[in-house]
Design a protein around this ligand. Structure first.
Ligand SMILES: *Cc1c(COP(=O)(O)O)cnc(C)c1O
Length: 355
C-alpha cells in the first residue's frame, strides 16, 4: 500500500526532513562502532555469540522460550505463516494488515494460505468480528488455522491494541484451536505509549516478532520469538528460504545497541507525532487522525489536492512523507527527526498547500 515515492524533478533538493518512514532511519556512529566490535561466529550452526545473545535477550523480553534472528520483519511474518499453516488454510487478519496488503501475496505464494480480511476501526477487530467469520468444520470450508494482529497497527494509524482486546481475541482463537501470531514490527512503540511490557502484550500469542529497522534505528534485522518447538520448526523454513545469516553478529550487534539506547527515546517520537498532528490540523483542508504513537495519517480531500500532489510539492522543498491512498498521507516520526524539524515540516506543508 505504500505508494512509490514522488518522482523527483531534476535538481530536486535533498531530503532535509524525512517523515517518509521510520524504516529510513540510519545507524548512528555509536551504533556502527558497537557493530564493528561485535564478536562473531557462524549463525547457521548456532555459534555466533552476538546473535545468540540477541536471541536470548529477545526471548526473555517477549516471555518466550526461544527466538530466531532474521533479516526483516516480512521474513518473520512469512516464516511464522509457513510454520503455523498448511496449504489451503485460512488466516484471519485485519484487511489493512501488512501480511495481506504489503508482502507480495507471500502467504498465498509461499504457504498456500489465504487471508480473510477482518474489518474494524484503527486496524483492530474484536470477537464479534471473528465470530462472524467463523466457518463450520466441513470438507467445504478452508481450515481456519491462524489469527494474526499487528501491534501497533500500521495502516490503522499506529494504533495500540489494548491488553484486554488482545486477550479476548487470543482467547477466542485458542478456544477454536487456532494459534495466534503478533506482528510486532512496532511493538516497542506500543510498550512506550501504553506502559505495558512486551511479555504481557505477547503473553497469549504463540509467535511474536520485533523489527529493529523501524524506530529502533538498526540497519537490518528482526527477531521472531515463540516456543522451543515453534522456533525449531521455523528454523527449517529459514534454511529452506536461504535466510541463515553466517556472521550475522555484525547486524545483531546493531539490534542489541538499539535495545539499550533507542527504546526509551521512542517517547520523543510520540511527542513529535502529536506536535506534527496539531500543526497539520491547523492547515486549511487537512484533517488528521489522532496519533497514538509515531505515525500521523492525514486526509487531503478538502485541499483539492491528492496526497501524492501535496507530497511532491513538499518533497521539492526538502520534506518527504508517504501516501497510503489517493487522499491519505502518512508522516512518520523517528530518531532522525527533531522537534525543530517537525515545526519546519509543518511550515513547508502549509506553504506548499497554499501555493
Ligand atoms: C514494516 C512492517 C513490516 C515489515 O517489516 P520489514 O522489516 O520492512 O520487512 C511488517 N508489518 C508491519 C506492521 C510493518 O509496519
Amino acid at each position: 500500500m505504500v505508494h512509490a515515492p514522488p518522482k523527483l524533478q531534476p535538481g530536486c533538493p535533498p531530503v532535509r526532513i524525512n517523515l517518509f518512514s521510520d524504516t529510513q532511519t540510519k545507524p548512528s556512529q555509536a551504533m556502527k562502532a558497537f557493530m564493528m566490535a561485535a564478536e562473531v561466529g557462524d549463525e547457521q550452526s548456532g555459534t555466533d555469540p552476538t546473535v545468540t545473545a540477541l536471541c536470548e535477550r529477545m526471548a526473555k523480553l517477549m516471555g518466550k522460550q526461544a527466538a530466531m534472528f532474521l533479516p526483516s520483519g516480512t521474513m518473520c511474518n512469512q516464516i511464522a505463516i509457513l510454520t503455523h499453516c498448511r496449504p489451503g488454510d485460512e488466516i484471519l487478519a485485519h484487511e489493512t494488515s501488512h501480511i495481506l496488503t504489503s508482502e507480495g501475496g507471500g502467504a498465498a505464494a509461499l504457504a498456500g494460505a489465504q487471508i480473510t480480511g477482518m474489518t474494524g476501526a484503527r486496524g483492530m477487530f474484536d470477537v464479534a468480528a471473528l465470530e462472524a467469520r467463523l466457518r463450520p468444520h466441513s470438507r467445504y470450508a478452508p481450515p481456519q488455522t491462524l489469527v494474526a494482529v499487528e501491534q501497533t497497527s500500521n495502516l490503522g494509524g499506529g494504533a495500540v491494541w489494548p491488553l484486554a482486546a488482545l486477550r479476548s481475541v487470543a482467547d477466542w482463537a485458542h478456544d477454536h484451536d487456532m494459534p495466534t501470531h503478533m506482528d510486532g514490527a512496532r511493538l516497542m512503540n506500543a510498550t512506550v505509549a501504553s506502559g505495558v511490557a512486551p511479555a504481557d502484550m505477547a503473553a497469549d500469542w504463540d509467535s511474536v516478532w520485533l523489527d529493529f529497522t523501524k524506530g529502533l534505528g538498526a540497519g537490518l534485522g528482526a527477531v521472531l520469538c515463540g516456543s522451543e518447538a515453534f522456533i525449531g520448526r521455523a528454523w527449517r523454513w529459514k534454511q529452506r528460504l536461504g535466510g541463515a545469516l553466517r556472521q550475522g553478529g555484525l547486524s545483531a550487534a546493531g539490534c542489541l545497541y538499539a535495545l539499550d539506547h533507542n527504546v526509551d527515546r521512542l517517547a520523543e517520537d510520540h511527542v513529535n507525532a502529536r506536535a506534527l498532528a496539531r500543526g497539520l490540523a491547523q492547515i486549511e483542508g487537512i484533517t488528521v487522525e489522532d496519533p497514538e504513537t509515531n505515525l500521523v495519517f492525514f486526509d487531503t480531500t478538502a485541499t483539492g489536492m491528492t496526497a501524492d500532489t501535496l507530497a511532491a510539492k513538499a518533497r521539492a522543498e526538502g520534506v518527504s512523507f508517504s501516501t497510503m491512498g489517493r487522499y491519505r498521507g502518512r508522516a512518520c516520526t523517528h530518531l532522525d527527526v527533531t522537534a525543530a524539524g517537525i515545526e519546519e515540516a509543518v511550515a513547508v506543508i502549509r506553504r506548499v498547500r497554499a501555493a
